[in-house]
Design a protein around this ligand. Structure first.
Ligand code: BDP
Length: 348
């Protein structure tokens, strides 16, 4: 089948698989063109999932990507953003994306960890020296390698977005040394890597969707969690957990993925437009991210949260070390770690 026929057939199949009714398809207007067999080329609207609200940096970057894509394709390619977790929790939307029910999805690396081992590498504790190091490595060969590794899982890795540095917050006490974590229950993403990390540091890990964290903190189901300034702020977790301890243990990026099913329906020229638009949304995302991080930090500090630096970050680095040997299993993984570490020299 030529790509254009494949695209039309694919569109209809996608509609059926996704369980859309004929009425829903017609409502898009796009389908009306397909069904009427009109000669005009139909456009494509990519269903796009995002956990965060629509004014969060990642959401705004996706909107920007859509704007660029529409411009480059003369309106033929566009996206509809379902922000604020409208399409479900990340683990579920990711699964839908691999099966083609969602076209584009912005996810944390956490839910990808059980799908593609290479993603664990980027989540290794204390791998990146700082955000600048992470950005540099993701813009280079290591980033490309991890994005390409997603191909075999029904996903096309489009680009990386930021997620800052993750630190611990809790309802009980400041964490200054790893021993302060003992006995505390920390929510983690649904990722074995995070479970191991908390265990090595001496806490009790509780995997849970992000949307359940606020309530669980309030009800005492968990004592704490870990996240970057913007997410700690956005989810109002800082109102329930008043101690934020700057361990900066993980600086993994976020990733924007596209369903391979949808990608394969596009012509090479259309694929290039999607890829280019995603890539070009990255600098915009970074500017927004930096501003949002400062804004969140300022608001959190002003709210009376007790923020502390840890006594000795090296003590956390050493405790977390077993996670490295657990997740660096192949020569390719070792090489990836080495390449990233070397790139850190200019970003001390
Ligand atoms: C936030 C990410 C979000 C994850 C979340 C988490 O932006 O995608 O769902 O962390 O901890 O920083 O689950």
């Amino acid at each position: 089948m030529r790509y254009r026929e494949k695209k039309m057939a694919g569109f209809l199949t996608l509609g059926q698989q996704g369980g859309f009714s004929r009425r829903q398809l017609l409502a898009t207007g796009l389908a009306a063109t397909v069904l009427s067999g009109c000669a005009k080329e139909p456009g494509m609207v990519f269903r796009t999932a995002e956990f965060h609200p629509k004014d969060y940096p990642t959401s705004m970057a996706i909107t920007e990507m859509g704007r660029l894509m529409e411009g480059y394709s003369d309106g033929k390619l566009s996206l509809k953003l379902y922000a604020g977790s409208q399409l479900g929790a990340e683990r579920d939307t990711l699964e839908m994306t691999t099966f083609g029910g969602i076209d584009i999805n912005r996810v944390s690396l956490g839910p990808l960890n059980s799908i593609e081992p290479m993603t664990n590498i980027l989540g290794l504790p204390f791998l990146f020296n700082n955000v600048a190091h992470m950005r540099y490595a993701m813009d280079g060969a290591p980033g490309q390698q991890v994005l390409r590794a997603l191909d075999s899982h029904g996903l096309i890795g489009l680009c990386f977005y930021d997620s800052g540095a993750r630190s611990f917050y809790n309802t009980k006490r400041p964490i200054r040394t790893p021993d302060d974590m003992a006995g505390m229950k920390f929510r983690v993403q649904n990722s074995d890597l995070y479970v191991s990390l908390i265990q090595e540091l001496g806490g009790n890990p509780t995997p849970m969707a992000l949307g359940e964290v606020y309530q669980s903190l309030v009800q005492g189901v968990i004592d704490g969690a870990e996240n970057n300034w913007p997410s700690y702020y956005e989810g109002r977790h800082f109102e329930a957990a008043k101690y934020y301890s700057l361990t900066r243990h993980v600086i993994a990026p976020e990733v924007l993925v596209m369903s391979k099913q949808r990608w394969d329906m596009l012509s090479p020229a259309e694929q290039e437009i999607v890829q280019k638009s995603a890539r070009e949304s990255v600098p915009y995302m970074r500017t927004l991210w930096d501003a949002k991080t400062l804004e969140a930090e300022k608001a959190i500090r002003a709210s009376g949260v007790q923020v502390n630096e840890v006594d000795d970050q090296q003590a956390f680095v050493e405790r977390a070390q077993p996670v490295w040997s657990q997740y660096i299993r192949t020569a390719a993984e070792r090489n990836l770690v080495d390449a990233i570490t070397e790139m850190g020299a200019g970003h001390a």
